[in-house]
Design a protein around this ligand. Structure first.
Ligand SMILES: *[C@@H]1O[C@H](CO)[C@@H](O)[C@H](O)[C@H]1NC(C)=O
Ligand SMILES: *[C@@H]1O[C@H](CO)[C@@H](O)[C@H](O)[C@H]1NC(C)=O
Ligand SMILES: *[C@@H]1O[C@H](CO)[C@@H](O)[C@H](O)[C@H]1NC(C)=O
Ligand SMILES: *[C@@H]1O[C@H](CO)[C@@H](O)[C@H](O)[C@H]1NC(C)=O
Length: 410
């Protein structure tokens, strides 16, 4: 969807190897290792061709998500859910002056943003039934990357389960029912990954030194932004042409794929010593939210910044609610927990846990524990990074030795 004006020099293939790869079969008389590597490239290309990620099918899945985020809740819902959804609608851009929208951005709204994403609101008991139906079996535990999982993304395809995991050393492992493949597009922890909302073959991956757009069918990872200090990114538009990036040193900036070169634009100091994550509002894309080490800031078109402090950074309940204690002392060897909202609900999220037996927990925003995913026979470790499929009953938990655990309906 973006016109390919990029400098060819920034285009690189990364496959089982950190150096720039040449085209398969290009050279003769290369050492056995090189031959094997080139053979691998060809095999991988076949593998991804077999994935059959049909563009049309994928895009319709995505659009469906965007539309249902605006959908009115069903009649059967309880009163709390209905009230919440109405508040959500009030922040939509439908004729409300910017100042009024801004005034509504109280603490509740910050937290609510994460919940709008694709959320078809269903009754809680039905939601719990669906969580109960998701089980882990031994064949759904797979080692995908060598070291600890730092980020994960699930492809929205409904016909094929395709999961990407990024590790501590810059590897990106892609796995489907067909098999697993590893790329090495980065040299440091892959801290953020997302599939492009408009091209089913595109996986964007971020590490401190670069943001890349990987075409998994061609095994090519184009450099979109080169830097030294990147922490996270989020798309600014549904066509994935521009993104907002956060820097560990605190700034945030815009990356536009249509401009030549690999530097970011519009860099802004938001007064943070560290910016850990950035998230663009799922509907009102002129707003984004950034989280530092102890607080959250929102940057708004009304020229105001708003801050909220939280005492526990990875578990921020809205201030009006009683904060729930959650042991997050993951220590040195485990990836820090990252809570993720269930894309199908506006009020529930998933987070790793240090509890035994090892489990992944689902909470409602009231602080109530709704469900624990566990299976002592197959899950014996902490899953710090978790991802949920946007439309199917699938949860993937990644642990600190590169192993993925897929909970799904039998
Ligand atoms: C080729 O791929 C296999 C696994 O798919 C891997 O074990 C091997 O190291 C790769 N070889 C090279 C030279 O990249
Ligand atoms: C999304 O909703 C709008 C308005 O309700 C409609 O015009 C559009 O066709 C919908 N798109 C999809 C992909 O369903
Ligand atoms: C974990 O939570 C404790 C309080 O429960 C807090 O002091 C600590 O900073 C948190 N650690 C991280 C890494 O978020
Ligand atoms: C990750 O999971 C696998 C399989 O469940 C387990 O054997 C391994 O010890 C786990 N790694 C860590 C670091 O806990």
């Amino acid at each position: 969807c973006c016109s390919e004006k990029r400098d060819e020099r920034t285009r690189k293939s990364f496959l089982h190897c950190k150096s720039t790869a040449s085209k398969p079969g290009e050279r003769r008389g290369e050492p056995p290792y090189e031959r094997k590597r080139l053979k691998n490239i060809t095999e991988n290309a076949k593998f991804f061709a077999a994935l059959k990620l049909h563009e049309g099918a994928h895009v319709s899945v995505i659009r469906k998500c965007i539309n249902c985020s605006r959908a009115k809740p069903k009649k059967a819902e309880d009163e709390t859910v209905r009230r919440r959804s109405m508040r959500l609608q009030r922040v939509e851009p439908s004729g409300i002056p910017v100042a009024e929208v801004a005034a509504q951005l109280g603490a509740e709204e910050y937290v609510r943003w994460g919940r709008v994403r694709g959320g078809v609101v269903t009754m809680l008991c039905r939601y719990q039934d669906s969580l109960n139906s998701m089980v882990l079996s031994q064949e759904n535990v797979k080692k995908v990357v060598k070291y600890r999982v730092c980020s994960m993304a699930i492809h929205p395809s409904e016909s094929l389960l395709f999961v990407a995991a990024g590790d501590k050393t810059g590897q990106v492992g892609c796995t489907s029912e067909e098999g697993a493949h590893v790329f090495v597009p980065h040299s440091f922890s892959v801290t953020c990954m997302k599939f492009s909302p408009c091209n089913p073959a595109h996986l964007l991956s971020l590490s401190t030194e670069s943001l890349r757009c990987g075409d998994v069918t061609r095994a090519v990872f184009d450099e979109i932004c080169r830097s030294e200090d990147l922490s996270s990114f989020d798309f600014l538009e549904d066509n994935a042409c521009s993104a907002i990036v956060g820097y560990w040193h605190g700034d945030v900036a815009v990356v536009d794929r249509r401009t030549p070169g690999t530097s970011s634009e519009l860099s802004v100091d938001i007064g943070f010593k560290r910016t850990r994550t950035v998230h663009v509002h799922p509907v009102n894309k002129q707003y984004f939210l950034a989280a530092g080490s102890v607080r959250v800031v929102t940057v708004c078109a009304d020229d105001k910044l708003r801050f909220i402090s939280f005492s526990v950074c990875c578990f921020p309940p809205p201030p009006r609610l009683f904060p729930r204690r959650h042991n997050n002392n993951t220590g040195r060897w485990l990836t820090r927990f990252q809570a993720v909202w269930d894309p199908r609900r506006e009020d529930c999220f998933v987070v790793g846990s240090l509890a035994r037996p090892r489990q992944v927990e689902v909470f409602q925003d009231t602080g109530e524990l709704l469900h624990s995913f566990y299976n002592p026979d197959c899950l014996s470790s902490v899953c710090s990074i978790n991802a949920l499929h946007p439309s199917k009953n699938i949860l993937v938990g990644g642990n600190s030795s590169g192993r993925l655990h897929v909970f799904k309906e039998e």
